[in-house]
Design a protein around this ligand. Sequence first.
Ligand SMILES: [Zn+2]
Length: 417
Amino acid sequence: MRQIAILLFILLMAGCTPQTQRVDIMADDEQAAAPAPTPEPTPAPYVTEDIFVVEAEEAINLRAKSSSSSELLDTLKPGDRVRVLGYQSQRFAKVRRLSDNLEGYAIAGYLKAEDYGAFGLTVVQPVALYSYEQMMADLAALAGAYPGLCTLESAGTSAEGRELQVLLVGDAASRHHVFVQAAIHAREHMTALLTTAMAERLLQQGGAADVCFHILPMANPDGVTIQQNETIPAGIAGIYTNDGVKGLSVETGALYLEQWQANANGVDLNRNFDAMWDKINTTADASFMNYRGAAPGSEPETKAMVAYTERYAFDATLSYHATGSAIYWEFGQDTAVNAASLSMAEAIKGVSAYELIGDKGGSYGGYKDWAMLQKKIPSVTIEVGTRPAPLMEAEFSNLWFRNRDVLQAVAAWVQGR
Ligand SMILES: [Zn+2]
């Protein structure tokens, strides 16, 4: 009614509308305007009103803006309860402290959801150390719970004989195919937990029309198993000694293992693909990280991923890594592949609020690099998390809220191509 009154006022002031016509306008407005209140804006998927608890050894900063150089408003103490009002482009979440409603920005990785029940997951459960055995059990449970919607398939076996287990969500005869791989770097095993959880959510939603997702949650199962040991396994004792002698790692024992990225042969699998491999100029020996291997594709895991990628006509690939809270979309000189990858990255940004980063050079031999360069498949690397890997359990909360709708966003992007 207020809008109508304003409209009448304007018409009267304009002095150009006869009395009778004004009544007609009013009658029309009465019919048309009543059911048209301004709709509530749809919140972005990464906006959540769930309650989180600060999980840190000491108080963390609450800042005026999403930048570590912005004004310090106060600190949040361990155990403080906050609402997370949404995620920002990089590491920050906007929060409101429940005790006094003070709002500001805090590093998202210290905020743990108070109740994992809000995630809606029944098979996959958040943990700090997601093991190969747990991943295999979860994939089998998902295949059992959704027999018409998904199937298990092996992409091959690792150096130590573990399965490179792929879960197909959707029909293998679908028009579109998307490959998702995670935990190719051992200490980034929380990405295996994340992608398995994302698979469960996609299954709960009945999958995506015309799109089959091929999800390999743990591309480096031997490395993950080594990384989760508490004492140095015999198989890598020589590498451990050599890394110490060469000063490549100053850590010892379990702290050394925490940093492990490579496979069981001490090869960094994400430096082992045939994508400007010659340019990789890091260490010349097997090591906990960065060794490219004796030749491109020298490792059984690399060979298996190459063969699997060639088995299907993939429309897109996603590689999950930690840490960084960003999407890398560029590699090589093919403008069409780069443009398509950027377009997909923008679709993912729409549901995750992650920052987009182009190729700054200096990194070669990765799976995404190879898929773009040699196979011309639009591809992105999604770096998740706010603190150095291995990520703490609390990080899973922000990983979940920022990535839970990524597969549906990619499905929509692929369907629209
Ligand atoms: Zn990585």
